[in-house]
Design a protein around this ligand. Sequence first.
Ligand code: ZN
Length: 261
Amino acid sequence: MSTVNVTIWNEYLHEVQEPEIGAVYPTGIHGALAEGLAPNADFTIRTATLGEPDHGLSPEVLATTDVMLWWGHMGHHLVDNKIVEQVHQQVLSGMGLIALHSAHYSKIFRRLMGTNCSLLWREANEKERLWVLEPGHPIMDGVPPYVELEAEEMYGERFDVPTPDELLMVSWFQGGEVFRSCATWRRGHGRVVYLRPGHEEYPTYRNEHILRIIANACRWAARRVDQSTQHAANVEALEWVPGASARAQAAADAGSESVGQ
Ligand code: ZN
C-alpha cells in the first residue's frame, strides 16, 4: 500500500475565538480530523493553519502533499492570494483537494470551480440524511446506504457549481431542502472533491461514516502525477514533416521562439 501524504488545512479561528466551539473541537477541527484519520496506516498526516507563516503551506509542504483537506469559514478573505495561486497550480499539476463544508466559499474552491459557489443555508439544528448514489465508487466504499446526522447546519440547492463529473451523495434536510453533498471534479491533472457536512458547532468530524468518506476521498484524490501545465512547449517534430508554413519559417529565420503558442 503506497503512502498518501495528507495535509489538513484549517483556518482555526472559531475554535479559539468562541469557547463553545472550542469545547466541541478542543484541538481544532484540523486536530479532530488528524485524530480521526490517524488509524489509516497508509496516511502520513500534517496539519496547517491560517496563522502560521505562509498559512502553513510553504513550497516544501505543497510539493510533498498528495491531497489537501480545506476547512475555512470566517477567514476566507484573510487567505493570501499568493498561497491560493500556489495551491491552485499544485492541483492543476496533480494534487488532490477536498473542500469541506463552508470551504464552498473559499478562494481556492471558487477559483477551481469558476463560479460563485453560493447556496441556501440555515442554522436550525436540523437532521441531515445523506443518501449514497454511487455505492460502487471508491469514495463510497464501506459507507451504508445512508448516513444520518442528528443535527447539522442546512445547505440547500441551488449550489452554484459546475455540473459535477460525479455526484456521489445527496442530502435531505428536515426543513425540506435537498443538496448535492458529495461530488467530484477534475481540474488539470488534479482531482477535486466537495463534502458538505462539518459545521463547527457539531462533532460531525467524529462520525465514523464521515471519517470513512474523508479517508476514501483522500486515497481517491491523491496525486498520481506531478506535472506542471503552466508552459506550452514549442517542439521539434519527431519525424520529417513537409514544410512549415511561410509565417512559421519566416519567424524561425528571424530567430523568434514564440510562434505557435
Ligand atoms: Zn457552517
